[in-house]
Design a protein. Structure first.
Length: 413
């Protein structure tokens, strides 16, 4: 990575060979969502500190051999833009893209999502009830999804994309060649069989291009991407052959909603027979929810509720460190254990005994929806060797990559 000589990944070969293109196409060897805990939920780490910590995350596949979605390398791409242009990612995108396209109602910071009166407020299902949630306010990772927009501006942006990079008046934002590059598959993605209700989504090709997923739908190439933050999920889908673009912006975290709307509109313009996508996604959602409930209940049933911790609770307290995340503090007060991630203020909660030497971190911020098992492993002398974590529910967002942590007791001072 010649633009950022200070940047490293765990493998020196990958560090040496990593290109700007590799930053954008999810084939670095990092696992799904690896490193997201450095910024999600909002942390006190700045961008360069997040970037420097990536060198400690083990790669799980060989370089350029497999697809695994990551956010953190888009943060690195933002650092490349700053190094080359001399502008922050925010200033570069605002002046070189939004202003030229005429997207006057859009901005480039997560922290601006709640500004102004004419802004949809975020909602999400919290413990069975859809209700307002706090907007994501950290600007550390704006390059991985910090643009806030609206229907008018998204239409302008899709028109530029579909008109081979031309903006109003005929001048160019990007060249026609660059447009083709943006939409050309780089990293193949697995092709699975969709649920029976979604059989029409069976694809013949699917892969990741430069910031877009490309696949086929009803015989046409579709260029697409989704987005998500607490309380907001969205989708963009473009059919270049038809110069057709669809953007669906929602504020209640229902992927089924934006998918049903997208495919209903695409079907109309593709001349497909009418299909009840809402009913189809409702059935699929109900089945997934049922499977999640079964998995959660299976864990409860398998639990040895009569077991006790191997150690007195106070013995579990201490400072633990993970090579890439940093410090996690466990305290013992009033006969109870509590856990706190030093760099992530919202990761604070109680540790409730589950079974044996496993506890459950119940975060005080219930909007996280990410309670996690915390399991202590002991040395032969009864002291703590290491601590591992795992999300309690299979429905937990992949960005809560607790499973990648390997916490070791910090040396006592």
């Amino acid at each position: 990575m010649r633009y950022l000589p200070w940047f490293q990944l765990a493998d020196p070969y990958v560090t040496r060979e990593l290109s700007v293109r590799d930053l954008l196409v999810h084939r670095s060897g990092l696992g799904l969502g690896a490193g997201d805990l450095l910024w999600w939920p909002p942390s006190t780490y700045n961008r360069k500190e997040i970037a420097r910590r990536l060198r400690h995350i083990p790669l799980v596949t060989s370089f350029r051999s497999a697809y695994a979605y990551d956010n953190v390398l888009y943060l690195i791409a933002g650092e490349v833009i700053e190094t080359i242009s001399g502008q922050t990612w925010e200033d570069f995108v605002a002046s070189r893209i939004l202003a030229k396209v005429g997207m006057a109602g859009s901005n480039v910071r997560h922290s601006e999502a709640g500004g102004g009166a004419n802004v949809a407020s975020p909602h999400a299902p919290i413990e069975g009830t859809v209700r307002p949630v706090a907007p994501f306010a950290s600007d550390n990772t704006n390059p991985a999804g910090g643009i806030n927009s609206n229907a008018d501006d998204m239409a302008k942006w899709m028109i530029v994309q579909l008109d081979s990079g031309r903006v109003a008046g005929g001048t160019r934002l990007i060249s026609e060649r660059t447009t083709r590059q943006l939409w050309t598959l780089v990293t193949p993605m697995p092709i699975g069989n969709p649920a029976p209700e979604l059989a029409a989504l069976r694809s013949n090709f699917r892969g990741y291009a430069l910031g877009f997923e490309v696949r086929d739908y009803r015989g046409r190439k579709v260029v697409t991407h989704t987005g998500g933050l607490p309380g907001y999920v969205s989708k963009v889908a473009m059919v270049p052959e038809l110069k057709l673009g669809v953007a669906v912006l929602t504020n209640q975290e229902s992927g089924a909603a934006f998918e049903a709307m997208t495919y209903r509109i695409l079907d109309h313009y593709l001349g497909a027979a009418a299909y009840d996508w809402v009913a189809a996604y409702k059935k699929v959602r109900a089945r997934v929810d049922s499977m999640t409930a079964v998995a959660e209940q299976r864990a409860v049933t398998a639990r040895d509720a009569s077991s006790r911790p191997s150690l007195a609770l106070a013995k579990y307290a201490g400072i633990y460190r993970d090579a890439w995340y940093g410090e996690v503090v466990i305290t013992h007060e009033s006969g109870k254990l509590a856990i706190r991630f030093a760099a992530t203020p919202s990761f604070a909660g109680d540790l409730e005994h589950w079974q044996h030497d496993t506890f459950v971190a119940r975060w005080k911020d219930r909007e996280l929806r990410a309670d996690a098992f915390v399991t202590f492993a002991l040395k032969p002398d009864g002291s703590i060797d290491q601590v591992k974590m795992q999300a309690v529910s299979p429905a937990t967002d992949f960005s809560f990559d607790f499973h990648d942590l390997l916490l070791k007791p910090a040396p006592r001072q």
